[in-house]
Structure formats: C-alpha cells, structure tokens
Design a protein around this ligand. Structure first.
Ligand code: ADP
Ligand code: ZN
Length: 743
C-alpha cells in the first residue's frame, strides 16, 4: 500500500488551467496555510505560487523550496471570491490571483539570486530609525549647542523620525549618534510606508443638509446598512444632483456601524476632486489606489488595507480586489463607464464584481450615475435592484438650455457660427466654456488630392491622424508615427489634403478667433506624465482657463461651477460605430457633457452641432428625457435580442497570418456548432467574421459572438468549448464573457 504524504495544491500565475501539487517538507508542516506564497520548482524554473489547500497524496512529488509568508496574503473567503471570478470568466485562477495582488508579489527571483533573499526584492519593506528621549535623561552639560537643540526637539514630542530630524537640522547624524552613545536617547528601526500623498493639507468640511430627494435616498441606504445584508441600489441622479453627498453620508452611517467602505471610480486621475472631498470629510485612514503609484507604494497601500489601518478604499477597477474586511458598503461611481471592464488578459468587469462581492459580504452596493447602463435600469425595473432617484439639481439649479446647430449642408470651419457667437458672448460675460470633440489630433484623414490614396497605419486597419504640433502622423492604436510626408506616398506627386477634425484643430481655430482668451486642451496628448490631468483640471477650477477643449476626458463627472457654456462639436461619429451599444454610448456621453454646464450660480447654456439631430439618442439627451430614451432603447434591444434580454460572450482569434486566423476561427465555429447541438437551449453563434478593427499591431483579428437568453446555457457551452478547444499554433484565442468592447 502506498503511504500518503502531506502535500499542497498550488495556483501558479501562468496561463494554465490546472493547479499543481507539491510535497511539504517536515520542517514546514506547522507553517503552511491557505493563502501563503511558496517558491516551487516548475519545469526548469522556480516560480512563486499561492497555497490553495492541503491534501494527502500518494504521488511522487517535488518538494516546496521555500515558504514566503508568515501570514496568508489572501483569506479563504477572498480566495473563494477569486475562484468564483476565475470560473465565471473562464480565466486561469493563478492569473486571477496575480491580478488581485499588488504587482510583483508573484514575480520569482531571477536565477542567480541567492536562495535566502526574499523574492519580492522590488517590494522591500522600508524601515526607518525613530528617536525618543530616555525617560530619566535631561540635557547634559557636555552636549554642545547643536546636540542640545536636537535633544530638545526630540524631547518636545514623543519621538521623531530621521527624515523629520534631517528636515529640521540638516545632517544631524553625528549628534544623534553621540546622544545615543551617551544613553540620552534611543534609536529604534521601524517599518514605514512610502507616503504617496504629500499633497497640500486638505482642510475639513461638514456634512451638508440634504435636500428632500437626497434625504429619501439616504434613508433607504442607511436602513439597508443597518439590516446587515446584501442590498443593491441604483442611485440615478441627474448631473449635479448631489450623488456624492449621498455616498459620503451613507459611508458615515456604515462606519458608525464599524464597517468599511470601498469606492470605485472610473479613473482616479480624472477624479481628484472626489478624492479631495473624501479626505476633507473623513479623518479615518483612506487608501487611494491609482495608476500613478509605484509598485512599492501600491504594496504599502495594500498592507495598510490588509492590516485594517484604513476604513475607506478609493480606487479604479482593480480596487475591487482590495483586501478590505468588514465591508459594509461598495460605491460604484459613474457605473456606466466602460473603463470598469478590463479588456485584456483577465477580462473582468469591476462593476459586476462589485455586486458579487457585495453579496458575499452582505454589503450595500450603490451603482451611481446620471446615465446608468441600460442593464442597470432594466434590473431595477425587474426588481433586482432598488432604484433611488435624484431628479433635480441641488439648490434648485436649472438644467442647462440647449440649442442645436444643424450642420447638414454646411462646410467650412469646425466651429459653426451659432457656437462661435455663443462662445463670444460667454467670453465677454466672463464665463468659462468647455468644448467637446471625441477625436484628438488635428486631422483624422490624410488623403491624396490627386489619386485619392488614404494614409493608413501599416500595423493596424485604421487611418493615421495628423498632429500639427509634433508635425507627425500617428496611429492611435499602436502609436506608430511618421514625419508628415510632403507628397502622397502612393503616387509620389499628389499633395495631401487634411480631412476630419481633432481637438488640436479646434484649439487652433479658437486661437485664431479669440486671441485674447486663455485656451487649454485636455486629451491623451496633453495629459501624459504624473499629475497631467490634475494640472489641466486645476486651470478650469481656478478660473485661469477660459476655454477648455477636450475629448471624453472632460465629460467625466467634473464639477466646475464657473462653466456656463458647453459646446459639442461632434458626437455623431459615435453613432456610426458598428456596435449595438452605440446609441447608449452617445446618449450617455452627450448627457454627461451637457451636464457640465451651469453647475454654479449662473445658468448654463449648451450648443450641440450635429448632422443627425433627430436621432433618438441625441434628441432624448437634449430634451433631458432619460426615461424616454431608456424606453425606446429597451424596445430595440428586446427586438434584436441583445443585452439585457440576452447574454453575450465573444471569442477573439488573432495571429500574424490572416488566412490561418480565419481558418482557426472557422474551426472554432465548427466545434461550437457540435457543442451546441448536444445540449438543450438556443445558443446563437454569430460569425466568425473579421473584427471591425481587423488588424491591430500587425495582428489580424477575427471574432465569434455567442448569444443566449439564458446565462447558464451560454456558460455551459463556453465551458465545454474552453475544455475542448486547442488553439492552432500561431493563433491566440481569448474569451470575453459579457464583452463591452465589440471592436
Ligand atoms: P453629482 O455627483 O450628482 O454630479 P455632486 O455631489 O458633485 O453632484 O454635487 C454638486 C454640488 O452640489 C457640489 O458642490 C456639492 O457640494 C453640492 N451639494 C450637494 N448636496 C448639497 C446639498 N444638500 N445642499 C447644498 N449643496 C449641495
Ligand atoms: Zn497602428
């Protein structure tokens, strides 16, 4: 009979579906626990994995090389959540775990590194000496003036760090050493956090007296907080209706119950105002997880959360995995934003996972938006979420008045006379203006006037965009760029005409028209680098910018009281996207942009330029008629069988050889057909077709869309495909459950 040995089941952070077993050496037996990291041999490599469980095994197993943590990094409950996500999104558990942990924790040591050094060298915990005065010591006659000053400074407080002493005394080293030798002070090394927030002190603010609608929403939310069980809400409030104040006060209520709060925002760089409001309101620990953090800083924030030193976590998408315990409330602000969906690798949706996590934790979940997803509105109609409404702006501010400038039959400048006149008037009255356009750059098409050749990216199936300041033509997908050619690269003689418009061109037109105005631009070109967004936003906040031109970035929930005019230069192109959500996107974007106007004491005005002003998405947004839009759009979705009336999954195939990608996709479709016929229910298979963006970064792309009214049936088919499909060599297959991006 085989003897059984103690082994562990380990998740490896690679694209592998199975987990692996390792022998536990006797000296580690007492220390192994679920959620700790281990260094293990894997083929010829050594990798770091996470312990999933203990097993008895009769197999011949390789032993664990090293146990890396004194305490587990993940609790059994957190692991359970990640397992759920792994099976729902059909993505390997090891990679899911890696996405949930701070970057670098699962990065193995480079070979050649000494075995005993900790593998997470990049994430070394920082230590710093602290000095305090010994209880009985007093100033000493032989100290000298400088040492005395240092001694007194330390004596005046409980203790001082070396950083602080260096700031006050510039090279206090020799004196500190001497004071320690004399036994007057003690030195102690302690762990410190790299503090990513050395910003100006923020001050405090008080709770606002809620208006009637806010109070009703707050009552429902606090009641749910007190009930200690899962309760999902849609907080549907028009722009400027005071949603944030409702979040803040509901979180206070949860904290009074000893519970913690998780706040998800679409993109931290774009929401400095929201973070500031939280810092002003709460004196408890707040962790802010944003993309500007170094790996070390992120690891520090993660440890603060893990140790229970913070009560509130604010972060973008990946903060849904923050190790916050006693979760009482989860806020998903601007829940309609597509950025909640991770569109590469582990393709999860943080908005959806917020509901899953909230359910597991028995927490209140608030999905807040002025333009909620159709799915959310439908969920509320079906009674799956409770809808709370803030139908009016705070302090009785009116919604802005809107003028449509019909562009049909017009050619010429990007800014038509109606908008130009409105800008002039607003500028003279001292108001600020925002201009929205969903394309950056100067011109989006370069076409030869002689032969009609259009300049395209060699790696991607898109046209190149002309950027005047850099005098280059750039691909917005792969960043390929070229100096602007003088003559057509195809016929070599034709001169090039610039067509299509971008933010850079609008900025230039504005400078010609309003030379005295202070004009700024906000798009990916002007906001690179740390604090890039904050700088542009601050100009508007301080009133030092008269006109801000920008892309989607300017539409994201900013609160600018001085903005009294919003101009929409172009929105129609969004409606032409080959995506069933294009109307929903256009409606959301337009409503959000329009909502930036008139949030201060002066009423707002909006001018919208459009080629199809009677399209229902545009007309309803301009009439502030969201109920009408949702009604109409839900009918369309129901007839066409799209979400929320059906569930979707996409299969993406890509590779360097177009024909083999196509063949691969066809093979997958054949397999899907077989799988479908062997099970009940109707899973529709759409495709395979070349993706709308048929080539990106040199890789050809094909896709298949699966559609089914029942989620369980769709999942069963997908799972069977996942288990049975082997990608042909040279072809990458990716699965996207509940896809958001259909390009
Ligand atoms: P939303 O998130 O719905 O767009 P905000 O929460 O940003 O709106 O609120 C807009 C402005 O109104 C903020 O300046 C906020 O301080 C203010 N505000 C919110 N609630 C109240 C209230 N009850 N009384 C007065 N001002 C309020
Ligand atoms: Zn490209």
């Amino acid at each position: 009979m085989d003897t059984l040995v103690t082994a562990i089941d380990v998740a490896i952070p690679l694209h592998l579906d199975s987990t692996y077993h390792y022998l536990v050496p006797p000296e580690l037996l007492s220390e192994i626990a679920v959620g700790k990291r281990v260094l293990v041999p894997f083929g010829r490599r050594r990798l770091i994995g996470i312990i999933l469980g203990q097993i008895e095994s009769a197999e011949e197993l390789k032993p664990v090389l090293q146990l890396l943590d004194p305490e587990p990094l993940l609790s059994p409950d957190e692991l359970e959540f990640l397992r759920w996500a792994s099976s729902y999104y059909l993505h390997p558990l090891g990679e899911v775990i890696r996405a949930a942990l701070p970057a670098g924790l699962l990065t193995p040591p480079r070979s050649g590194d000494d075995n005993s050094s900790t593998p997470d060298h990049r994430l070394a915990i920082q230590r710093e000496p602290f000095f305090r005065v010994n209880s009985a010591s007093e100033a000493h006659p032989r100290m000298g003036a400088r040492a005395l000053a240092i001694f007194s400074a330390i004596a005046a407080t409980v203790e001082l760090s070396r950083t602080e002493l260096r700031r006050q005394f510039d090279e206090p080293g020799p004196q500190l050493k001497r004071l320690v030798e004399l036994g007057l002070i003690t030195r102690e090394e302690r762990e410190v956090y790299r503090d990513p927030f050395r910003e100006e002190a923020v001050g405090r603010d008080e709770e606002l007296l809620l208006n009637e609608h806010q109070a009703a929403a707050y009552c429902a939310l606090t009641e749910a907080v007190h009930a200690n069980s899962f309760a999902p809400f849609l907080l549907h409030g028009v722009t400027g209706s005071g949603k944030t104040e409702v979040y803040l006060q509901s979180i206070t209520a949860a904290m009074e119950q000893g519970k913690n709060a998780l706040v998800l925002v679409p993109e931290i760089a774009l929401t400095p105002q929201l973070v500031k409001r939280f810092r002003r309101r709460f004196s408890c620990g707040i962790a802010v997880l944003h993309s500007g953090l170094s790996d070390g800083e992120r690891y520090d924030e993660w440890r603060r959360i893990r140790r229970g030193e913070v009560s509130i976590v604010i972060g973008a998408r990946s903060a849904i995995f923050a190790p916050l315990s006693h979760l009482g409330i989860i806020v998903v602000d601007e829940e309609h934003e597509p950025t909640y969906k991770q569109s590469e690798g582990f393709r999860y949706n943080a908005r959806d996972l917020a509901l899953v996590r909230g359910k597991r934790a028995g927490a209140v979940v608030i999905l807040g938006s002025a333009t909620p997803l159709l799915t959310t509105v439908h969920g509320a109609q079906e009674g799956k979420l409770l809808r709370l409404e803030l139908p009016e702006r705070v302090r009785g501010l009116p919604l802005p008045t809107i003028t449509v400038s019909d562009l049909r039959g017009r050619r010429g400048k990007v800014i038509a006379p109606t908008l130009l006149a409105a800008l002039r008037r607003n500028l003279d009255a001292g108001g600020q203006s925002l201009l929205f356009l969903n394309r950056r750059g100067f011109a989006t098409y370069l076409i030869c006037g002689d032969c009609g050749h259009v300049i395209r990216c060699p790696n991607c199936s898109v046209t190149l965009t002309y950027h005047r300041r850099a005098d280059r033509i750039v691909c917005h997908y792969c960043d390929y760029s070229l100096a602007t050619p003088k003559f057509c690269p195809a016929c070599k003689v034709g001169s090039i005409t610039l067509l299509g418009q971008g933010t850079e061109r609008v900025e230039e037109e504005l400078r010609e028209q309003f030379p005295e105005a202070r004009i700024a631009r906000m798009d990916r070109d002007t906001t690179t680098g740390k604090g890039g967004h904050a700088k542009v936003l601050k100009g508007v906040e301080d009133g030092t910018t008269d006109i801000l031109v920008g892309t989607q970035m300017i539409a994201k929930g900013h609160h600018f009281p001085g903005v009294t005019l919003v101009g929409v230069i172009a929105i129609d192109s969004i409606l032409n996207f080959p995506d069933f959500r294009s109307s929903e996107r256009a409606f959301q974007l337009l409503t959000q942009v329009v909502g930036r106007a008139g949030r201060g004491d002066n009423p707002g005005r909006v001018v919208v330029q459009s080629l199809m002003p009677e399209h229902y998405a545009i007309a309803r947004a301009l009439a502030h008629d969201s109920a009408g839009f949702y009604r109409e759009e839900l009918l369309f979705r129901q007839e066409a069988g799209y979400p929320p009336f059906a569930h979707l999954a996409a299969l993406h195939f890509s590779g360097n050889v177009e024909e083999s990608v196509k063949q691969g996709a066809m093979g997958a479709a054949l397999l899907l057909n077989v799988l479908r016929s062997s099970r009940p229910g109707r899973v529709e298979i759409l495709g395979p077709v070349a993706a709308p963006l048929s080539k990106v970064r040199g890789r050809y792309r094909w896709q298949i869309l699966l559609k089914c009214r029942r989620r369980d049936m769709l999942h069963a088919t997908l799972k069977a495909f996942h288990d049975g499909w082997r990608s042909p060599s040279g072809i990458r297959t990716a699965m996207d459950v509940d896809p958001v991006e259909m390009m």
